[in-house]
Design a protein around this ligand. Structure first.
Ligand code: ZN
Ligand code: ZN
Length: 259
């Protein structure tokens, strides 16, 4: 495989994923402090100056927390949809010579990558997932979506690797500590993806060529990495798909203390 996806941070305490192909390194989201991002990059042998751009999925704090410092201190180009810029623009007004980069409709190019965004269903202004293409390969990142529509499935099909949200177990959510309003938000069509829905999508995607799946944005209160893994494993087995033989499955564990 030519493209690699490395989750540096995942979950409601902060999200940041490294996507690499050829000599191009991109980040999807920077939802932890800029210091945490640079420290995590160092562990992979990279400096912040090796990053060609940050692509933002949506404006929630767990996806953008590190952006102001990354822009101010390191002038990293940041891409977001028009709707996302509209709501987060105020955070960057003070930065001299600040230039927002807009995610256009259709393909756009950064270094060795062609990039395409696709809409997700989440309570944000214009949330998106991203597909990355390089050397004939495709990989996808899709987190923070209440459900997976037919259109999203089409955008994800044909990916060799996918980082997909497996946020919560519905029973743990219902019986867990969240207040009612938050439970309803997480479980809604504009909330977060349940383990079962993630598992169902994976069954379909393996048949479209996906051979590596990373489960991400795991809730600290309403899920466990083991439960997310086991739910997908069981659903895949029901479709005749065996982990290790047909697909490699891993979990991007939530960062407990990203800062
Ligand atoms: Zn999030
Ligand atoms: Zn969100």
């Amino acid at each position: 495989m030519q493209i690699s996806i490395t989750p540096l941070f995942s979950g409601s305490t902060g999200n940041c994923t490294l996507v690499q192909a050829g000599g191009t390194n991109l980040l999807v989201d920077a939802g932890v402090s800029a210091k945490s991002v640079t420290n995590a990059l160092k562990k992979t042998g990279l400096e912040i100056h090796d990053i060609s751009a940050v692509l933002v999925t949506h404006e929630h704090a767990d996806h953008i927390k590190g952006l102001p410092v990354l822009i101010k201190k390191y002038s990293v180009p940041v891409y977001a949809t028009e709707g996302t810029w509209r709501v987060m623009h105020g955070k960057f007004r003070e930065i001299p010579r600040f230039q927002p980069f807009f995610v256009p409709e259709g393909n756009f190019y950064i270094g060795d990558f062609a990039v395409e965004s696709f809409p997700l269903s989440h309570d944000a202004a214009q949330p998106v997932g991203y597909a990355f293409f390089a050397s004939g390969e495709k990989v996808c990142i899709a987190t923070d979506t209440g459900y997976i529509s037919k259109g999203m499935i089409r955008s994800l099909e044909g990916s060799t690797t996918i980082l997909l949200e497996s946020n919560h177990d519905p029973y743990m959510l219902q019986t867990g500590p969240y207040p009612g309003i938050l439970k309803r938000r997480v479980a809604s069509r504009k909330g977060h993806l349940a383990n079962e829905d993630c598992a169902k999508a994976l069954c379909h995607l393996v048949q479209s060529g996906t051979s590596q799946a990373i489960l991400g944005h795991i809730s600290l209160k309403n899920n466990t990495p083991q439960l997310a893994f086991d739910t997908s494993k069981a659903a895949l087995a029901e479709c005749g798909i065996e982990i290790g033989r047909d697909i490699s499955l891993s979990v991007a564990a939530p960062a407990l203390f990203p800062d």
